[in-house]
Ligand binder design. Structure first.
Ligand code: AKG
Ligand code: FE2
Length: 298
C-alpha cells in the first residue's frame, strides 16, 4: 500500500442528511445523489478506467488524491455516509468496477454475498457512475425496501420482472448509497457501441465502515413527527402487512442510539399506529422520538 493511500483510514465531515432523509433511507434501502461529482473529475476517472486500469478492481485509484478528495470524500456522498455511519467512518479498502458490456441481457436478481440481516447498519455499499447511465446502457435496478427481505440469492436469480423495481439511470457523477443486502441487478443494456464512447458502462462500487456507536447526530429536525411518519417500504407487497415498516423503524431506532432503544410490542404499536390523531404520540414510540414526554409507555 502506498503511504498516500487512505485505505481504511478514519474520515469525518459534516453530516448532510436530516431526520426525514434518514427515515427514507431506512424505508428504501438506498439513496440517490444525482450528479454530485464534477464533469472534470468524471472525465478523469473515465480516462483512468479506459487507459490506465481497465480491470474489474481498479483499487489503485485510491493512490490518486484527486479521486479520494472528489469521489470517495465527496462532500455530498461522505456527508450522507457520515449521517448514517457516524463520525470517523472508515474509507474503502477495495474499489470494484462493474464494467457492463453493451449490449447485454439483464443480470439475475441478487443481494451481494456476505449480506447480514441484523437490525444494525455498520457498513454501506456505495456506487458511482462516472458517465451518464441511460436506460440503454443498462443501469443497476434496485428493489426499494428489499434490504430486510431474506431470500436465498440462488433462488432470487430465477425471478424475472418484479413489481416496484426502480432503475438507477442517472447523470454523470451520480453516487448512490445502499444497504448492502438490497436486491439489485444490472439491467438489460440494449445500446450498441457507437465508437464515440466506451462500449462498457463503468460503475464503481466500494464499502465504508462504522467505527462509532450509533447516535442521532445527523441534522435533527425538531418539527419532524415520528408518530405519523411513514416507515413502510414503498412499492409492491414485499412484506406481510406492516412487517417492512416494523423492520425500517427498528433500524431507524437503532441508528438513533441507546436512548432510542425500541421494542415492538405488537398490534397497534409504533410505527403501525401512524394514524394517531390530535398530536398524540404513537404508542410504543421510543421516548426520544416522542413529542410529549410520557411517564408510561404502553
Ligand atoms: O453491474 C451492475 O449494475 C451491478 C452488478 C452487481 O450487482 C454485481 O455484479 O454484484
Ligand atoms: Fe451485486
Amino acid at each position: 500500500m502506498s503511504a498516500a493511500s487512505p485505505y481504511l483510514s478514519a474520515y469525518d465531515c459534516p453530516p448532510t442528511l436530516d431526520d426525514g432523509q434518514v427515515v427514507e433511507f431506512c424505508r428504501n434501502g438506498y439513496l440517490m445523489l444525482p450528479g454530485v461529482v464534477s464533469h472534470e473529475v468524471n472525465q478523469r476517472v473515465v480516462a483512468h478506467l479506459e487507459e490506465v486500469n481497465d480491470s474489474y478492481e481498479p483499487t489503485p485509484l485510491m493512490h490518486e488524491r484527486w479521486f479520494v478528495d472528489e469521489v470517495i470524500c465527496n462532500p455530498q456522498a461522505a456527508g450522507a455516509v457520515r449521517s448514517l455511519l457516524g463520525g470517523d467512518f472508515l474509507l474503502p479498502a477495495i474499489i470494484s468496477n462493474h464494467r457492463g458490456e453493451t449490449p447485454k441481457p439483464a443480470q439475475g436478481w441478487h443481494r451481494d454475498g456476505g449480506s447480514r440481516y441484523l437490525t444494525d447498519l455498520d457498513y454501506l455499499q456505495v456506487f458511482y457512475y462516472p458517465e451518464e447511465c441511460t436506460e440503454e446502457i443498462g443501469p443497476t435496478d434496485v428493489l426499494p425496501g428489499s434490504h430486510f427481505l431474506r431470500t436465498k440469492a440462488n433462488m432470487m436469480g430465477h425471478y424475472g420482472h418484479i413489481a416496484g423495481t426502480v432503475s438507477t439511470a442517472s447523470p454523470a457523477g451520480t453516487i448512490f448509497l445502499t444497504v448492502y443486502s438490497i436486491w439489485h441487478r444490472r439491467g438489460r443494456a440494449t445500446a450498441e457501441a457507437t465508437g464515440t464512447r466506451s462500449s462498457f458502462r463503468n460503475l464503481l462500487k466500494y464499502n465504508y465502515w462504522r467505527t462509532r456507536p450509533p447516535a442521532r447526530d445527523w441534522i435533527v429536525d425538531p418539527e419532524f413527527d415520528f408518530s405519523t411518519a411513514i416507515f413502510n417500504p414503498p412499492g409492491g407487497p414485499l412484506y406481510e402487512q406492516f412487517q417492512g415498516a416494523i423492520a425500517a423503524a427498528r433500524l431507524f431506532a437503532w441508528l438513533c442510539g441507546e436512548p432510542g432503544e425500541y421494542d415492538f410490542r405488537g398490534g397497534q404499536n409504533w410505527p403501525v399506529s401512524m394514524t394517531v390523531r390530535d398530536g398524540i404520540d404513537a404508542p410504543g414510540i421510543p421516548a426520544t422520538l416522542a413529542r410529549q414526554r410520557r411517564s408510561q409507555q404502553p
